[in-house]
Design a protein around this ligand. Structure first.
Ligand SMILES: *Cc1c(COP(=O)(O)O)cnc(C)c1O
Length: 392
């Protein structure tokens, strides 16, 4: 692959051998737990790192490797390590980088399970987590001390779509000699390239836009070959690997990654404009809109703004529920980033176990609706939301 290749060419071809096993067009699915050696000399050569090959399924498989190379190429990084889910990637990265006595500092708008892992579980191993209000760079800087190991944030965040000023974020990290990680699941490498800013690790839930078809779970961390070595090593101990079938599905999903993102971006931008101007909509969060508090940073850092948007309707929780029950194209469910549109009311979906006060503290309103726009035709989605809003 040449450096000049566009993202669609990279999506289709990067990481793959040109002539494949059995002369097949596509990669065969390796259904094996172990890999055999022809002679003991081969074992010795492998142990002495003189040959590159597989050994045992928990350390990787050909179907994972091809996806890892493709994802590293898409992100513009040296090495990618694939995990069995986004959360496995998050846990795996942090567990391989922090030790008792260290602390991690993170912007507080984040996937609720990521926060839970930091606050409730890292703490059990003597690692402190410091939550900072998203976008408060002075507080971020103040909270760093000589035991801070990593600055962590999502960009854009979920569900408020706040966007991190990566230049400021990385300047603070570098100044204080702290590593940095961005969970760019919502942005994808189509819309945001954190490594170009000098961020050390990019994390994705590949379950979302990268897989793109609501048919698999996977996660990935991408960074320099040197920094990723300990992450890969710990993954081999954790065993949070993908079946070869899962690797194959992710590789297949990635073929259309760039094409899909164009439609997600278009659907997001068009629906956001429509909802912004609709009299029954109270407020909308979409970084492509001028009204979004992080619009300027989003415009500077992102190519497009994705298919996820959050809005509140005028009324209460029931009004929002009625809209959700009225739309016909989006299915009701958690997750995002697939070809099928999904819709949910955060207070009922991910935040049901919180008290109203706890929900208010993390900015979840009763009349809030989160939509992950798929790749359906823009006009059909517009009609669907128009009809649903007219009916309430
Ligand atoms: C979904 C999600 C995760 C978790 O990924 P899984 O694949 O579900 O484990 C982490 N971060 C963000 C931003 C997500 O949307």
């Amino acid at each position: 692959m040449t450096k000049r290749s566009g993202l669609s060419t990279v999506s289709v071809h990067a990481g793959e051998q040109r002539q494949k096993f059995g002369d097949a067009m596509t990669d065969p699915i390796f259904c094996t737990s172990t890999y055999t050696f022809e002679t003991n000399d081969d074992v010795r050569a492998f142990a002495e790192k003189k040959t590159e090959r597989e050994e045992y399924g928990r350390y990787g498989s050909p179907n994972e490797r091809v996806v890892e190379r493709k994802l590293a190429a898409l992100e513009g990084g040296e090495a990618a390590v694939l995990f069995s889910s986004g959360m496995a990637a998050f846990v795996g990265l942090l567990m391989s980088k922090v030790s008792a006595g260290d602390n991690v500092v993170f912007f507080d708008e984040c996937y609720h399970r990521s926060r839970e892992f930091c606050v409730k579980h890292l703490s059990r191993f003597g690692v402190e987590s410091r939550q900072i209000p998203t976008g408060d760079y002075e507080a971020l800087e103040r909270s760093i001390d000589d035991r801070t190991k990593m600055l962590v944030s999502e960009s854009p965040t979920n569900p408020h779509l706040s966007v991190v000023d990566l230049e400021r974020f990385i300047a603070i990290a570098r100044d204080r000699n702290v590593e940095s990680m961005i969970d760019a699941t919502l942005a994808t490498p189509y819309n945001l390239r954190p490594l170009d800013y000098g961020i050390d690790y990019v994390l994705h839930s590949a379950t979302k836009y990268l897989g793109g078809h609501n048919d698999l779970l996977a996660g990935v961390v991408i960074g320099s070959a040197e920094k990723m070595e300990s992450v890969r090593y710990l993954r081999g101990i954790m065993g949070a690997v993908n079946s070869s079938m899962n690797g194959f599905l992710l590789q297949r999903g990635l073929k259309t990654f760039s094409l899909r993102m164009q439609q997600h971006n278009q659907n997001g931008a068009t629906l956001a404009e429509f909802l912004h101007d609709h009299p029954k909509v109270e407020r909308i969060w979409y970084p492509g809109l001028r009204s979004h508090p992080y619009h300027d940073i989003a415009r500077q850092t992102m190519k497009g703004f994705g298919g996820l948007l959050t809005f509140t309707v005028k009324g209460n929780a029931e009004t929002a529920s009625r809209v959700i029950d009225k739309v016909e194209i989006p299915r009701i469910g958690p997750s995002l980033g697939g070809v099928e549109s999904l819709i949910e009311q955060p207070m009922l979906m991910s935040y049901f176990n919180m008290t109203p006060e706890e929900r208010a503290a993390v900015g979840i309103e009763d009349a809030m609706i989160r939509v992950s726009l798929g790749i359906e035709d823009t006009d059909d989605l517009l009609d669907d939301f128009k009809t649903a809003l007219d009916a309430i």
